[in-house]
Design a protein around this ligand. Structure first.
Ligand code: AG3
Length: 281
């Protein structure tokens, strides 16, 4: 796991010996924050690479292939998303995409590791000014605790966390999803990344089941993400009268998108047959 001297590459190993690697031009730094190991590289072909505890979080060139499908489908399916909560997402990519929506009055981002925000602000800059947007509120704290005590409600809640193993495990539990449900307005959507479709299938099934206990409806979709063992899976929980299979194409037209194609929203729901059959037996 990690930097490979012989190959001069950073490699993330998934289960069963499946690897994803990037050739490295420069090792920018490696540090231990209060919560995790953080590494930053300059890659040969994909700009900067951010790694947390040995897992690829993003590559600068292509990060939109993760942030666009995480943010826009739920934002466009919700009829009027004004207040948005992001849990995790310290690099600012998710916040940046959320703030592209003119309906948004306030976006709160709760990131447990302040060091991720600092490093991203200084070296990555993929927030492209989002951290300074007057609609953004940054909280350095534990999202699990935050959501329990949240005095306000949100239209959309986005969980941009690390994988369903290790410190983020709580973010994939029924208890957490129930708190998310309660923190949503009468009509609301939540979305979470749920790992590699092929390599974390059982984690995906577990998360789907936990989520089904808390929400009125649960949807799943997959998207090919640059830097991850693709396809990647996403789970959406709906509260009240909101249909995730339908989006507002008028609002979609105002966004500049490269990966998620609102005109083809229905193609999101494509899944390998065996996974669909496992999810809906
Ligand atoms: N959030 C983490 C995605 C999980 C990646 N997992 C992996 N490589 N095993 C991404 C943060 C970007 N805002």
């Amino acid at each position: 796991m990690g930097f490979n001297e012989r190959e001069n590459a950073f490699i993330e190993w998934y289960p069963r010996g499946y690897g994803v690697g990037f050739k490295v031009k420069e090792r920018l730094f490696e540090t231990r924050t209060e919560y995790q190991k953080l590494e930053l590289y300059e890659t040969e072909g994909f700009g900067k690479l951010l790694v947390l505890d040995g897992t690829v979080q993003l590559v600068e060139i292509g990060e939109e292939s993760y942030h666009e499908p995480l943010v826009h489908p739920v934002m466009l399916a919700h009829p009027d998303p004004r207040r948005v909560l992001i849990i995790g997402g310290g690099d600012g990519g998710t916040l940046r995409e959320v703030l592209k929506h003119r309906t948004v009055e306030k976006a709160v981002m709760v990131e447990i590791d302040g060091a991720v925000i600092d490093v991203s602000r200084r070296y990555l800059k993929i927030d492209r000014g989002a951290f300074e947007d007057p609609r953004a509120e940054l909280v350095v704290g534990d999202g699990v605790e935050y959501i329990k005590k949240a005095g306000e409600r949100f239209d959309v809640i986005i969980v941009d966390s690390t994988d369903p193993v290790g410190p983020a495990k709580m973010l994939f539990s029924e208890a957490f999803y129930k708190n998310v449900f309660n923190a949503l307005n009468e009509r609301g959507l939540m979305i979470t990344q749920a790992g590699s479709v092929y390599l974390f299938t059982s984690e995906l099934l577990d998360a789907y089941r936990e989520m089904s206990k808390a929400f009125d409806r649960v949807y799943y979709f997959s998207f090919p993400v640059i830097g991850y063992a693709s396809p990647w899976s996403f789970l959406v929980g709906a509260k009240g009268d909101v249909d995730f299979t339908k989006i507002d194409l008028k609002r979609a037209g105002e966004l500049e998108l490269k990966y998620y194609d609102p005109q083809r929203h229905e193609t999101l729901f494509q899944m390998p047959k065996y996974v669909r059959e496992m999810l809906e037996p």
